[in-house]
Design a protein around this ligand. Structure first.
Ligand SMILES: Cc1cc2nc3c(=O)[nH]c(=O)nc-3n(C[C@H](O)[C@H](O)[C@H](O)COP(=O)(O)OP(=O)(O)OC[C@H]3O[C@@H](n4cnc5c(N)ncnc54)[C@H](O)[C@@H]3O)c2cc1C
Length: 515
């Protein structure tokens, strides 16, 4: 977005995308008003504090911290003055149904040694996989992440320039060759799935499941998503996982503080009921209390599909673009248990994955049958490993997350949630490496969040938690761009638009607002 003259701008929604855009725009001198319908900022990145427990209810893993640093730098500030971001030594602990445990250490040498316990071949393949993923990231970051996406031809030309440029030094200080770059670009353009790509490197079923799982970081299936998404494990392996002390919600607080310092007006409990469009141009918003606020530009951080469906006039909705949006597949959603226990489970790390023994079947349930997975992989986050302030002494604040299908006409979580909660707790009791069978009798706090909550609370289309899925090979090109082509002065930011869901990508995108 290029704006040389200072403008009056309204942003609908104070999720991470909305706040990042507000910071960039205010830092350039624009007069920004941020309108959020929830009582507080953060959107899906939210927090519940109850009975001495603190639960982050959305994201739990932060990667690519340099993107956050750049966001603060754009406003002439230092991230460290706003947020205490701690690196995690163990990025994740993986539990398998056959009793195996794998520690994914931040230190890549140590992680490779851990892989070698499962397969010497795969430990060697790990370095080849990592190096290639790094080159794919270098090739695709500019066309896919840091800029508005051009046509497939533009992307192809950018790839060609990447292959033929002179020497390239990797972040680890190594040089790579045009041959390696060509192989990486061919992988990025290849029709193979992430699962096939992973299978071309690794033999051991444990290791393959571990790398396949990264497709779920943007709400997709490893058996459908393209191999270019091997950049997701790369960014985690390159910089590791990070935790902001005080909980992930500390990030929302930090962005809110910075935005206010830059003069952004933030109104919470303030619902936008309509984006005003006059003579094909966005001219402001109507609030649900009847107030009309005028602006020269409107940025919607609200889900783009929901925005077209509910906030734009029937005339705009009838246009081809709006109708096309309805056909795009939403990302997966999530089923969440917030469990406060009066007992601690020392075998848990900060991040834990309990893998099912039939990964493919999970994604058939998720994206073909669109039913809650009958044999789910379960994620548990236990933040007290890093931050004792998150639960009373001797207690745990367990955040339990299972991928769930996006909502369809058949979904009825009000009916199904209690039984599914029991299915999840029963499944956890089946891992021989850890005693989790007694969670029920040690509960002192419990809350369930379902896809319906994500839809109701944040306007997430079909309850999706990452916006749109990337299962379709053309997803990067069909995902809505950041500027409405049918309404002048209307822009989009957030997980449902380019470049997609996940906290770091949203902040990457925010670089655009500096142009
Ligand atoms: C359970 C869960 C786990 C996740 N795990 C991770 C993770 O580990 N790592 C990661 O990077 N990402 C994770 N994510 C995804 C991440 O939370 C999202 O990609 C990101 O927070 C989305 O931010 P956003 O700016 O796109 O929008 P949102 O957070 O959806 O914010 C949009 C905002 O707009 C507001 N709004 C909507 N309509 C209106 C209106 N009409 N008027 C006013 N305000 C409105 C909403 O209330 C909301 O606050 C997870 C999400 C969930 C739910």
């Amino acid at each position: 977005m290029s704006m040389s003259v200072h403008k009056k701008i309204i942003i609908v929604g104070a999720g991470i995308g909305g706040m990042s855009a507000a910071i960039h725009l205010a830092a350039q001198g624009h007069a920004v008003t941020l309108l959020e319908r929830q009582p507080r900022v953060g959107g899906k990145l939210n927090q519940i504090e109850q009975d001495g427990f603190s639960f982050d209810t959305g994201p739990s893993l932060i990667t690519m911290p340099y993107v956050l640093r750049e966001l603060f730098q754009a406003a002439g500030r230092r991230l460290e003055d706003y947020l205490d971001l701690q690196p995690l030594d163990e990025t994740c602990r993986y539990f398998y149904r056959d009793g195996a445990i794998l520690h994914a250490w931040r230190d890549r040498q140590r992680f490779a040694q851990e892989i070698a316990r499962f397969s010497q071949h795969d430990a060697e393949a790990f370095w080849r996989f990592f190096n290639q993923a790094r080159t794919i990231f270098a090739a695709s970051a500019d066309p896919f992440l840091y800029n508005s996406l051009g046509s497939p031809l533009d992307v192809f030309q950018t790839f060609l320039r990447f292959v033929w440029r002179g020497h390239y030094t990797t972040p680890e200080g190594e040089q790579d060759e045009p041959g390696e770059r060509l192989r990486a670009v061919l992988t990025a353009l290849s029709p193979s799935t992430l699962d096939q790509h992973v299978g071309s490197f690794f033999e051991d079923a444990h290791i393959r499941q571990l790398f396949d799982r990264y497709a779920t970081y943007n709400g997709s299936s490893p058996y459908q998503v393209a191999s270019v998404y091997s950049i997701i494990p790369y960014v985690e392996l390159a910089d590791g996982g990070w935790y902001p002390c005080g909980g992930i919600y500390a990030l929302a607080r930090a962005l809110e503080k910075l935005a206010k310092e830059l003069g952004v007006t933030i109104e919470t409990s303030c619902e936008v009921s309509r984006i005003l469009v006059e003579r094909g141009r966005a001219t402001g918003v109507v609030l649900d209390d009847g107030r009309v606020l005028r602006s020269e530009l409107v940025v919607a951080n609200s889900d783009v599909v929901t925005t077209y469906r509910e906030l734009l006039s029937p005339a705009v909705r009838k246009q081809q673009r709006a109708r096309r949006l309805e056909q795009l597949e939403p990302s997966s959603s999530g089923f969440v248990l917030l469990l406060g226990t009066r007992k601690q489970y020392p075998e848990l790390a900060h991040h834990n994955i309990f893998f099912s023994d039939d990964y493919r079947a999970e994604f058939v349930d998720l994206f073909e049958y669109k039913i809650p997975q009958r044999n789910p992989t379960i994620y548990i986050c236990a933040t007290t490993r890093t931050d004792a302030s998150q639960a009373p002494a001797g207690h745990e604040n367990l955040f339990v997350l299972v991928n769930a299908p996006y909502l369809t006409a058949r979904s009825n979580w009000q009916r199904d949630a209690p039984a599914y909660r029991n299915l999840v707790l029963d499944a956890l009791a089946r891992y021989p490496q850890i005693e989790l069978a007694d969670i029920r009798e040690n509960l002192v706090y419990e809350q369930i969040l379902t896809p319906q909550d994500f839809q109701r609370n944040y306007g997430a289309n079909a309850g999706s938690i990452y916006g749109l899925s990337s299962n379709d090979r053309m997803a990067p090109f069909t995902r809505p761009g950041n500027r409405a082509s049918d309404v002048q002065g209307l822009y989009f930011v957030g997980g449902s638009t380019h470049p997609g869901g996940g906290v770091p990508w949203l902040c990457c995108l925010a670089r655009l607002w500096r142009a």
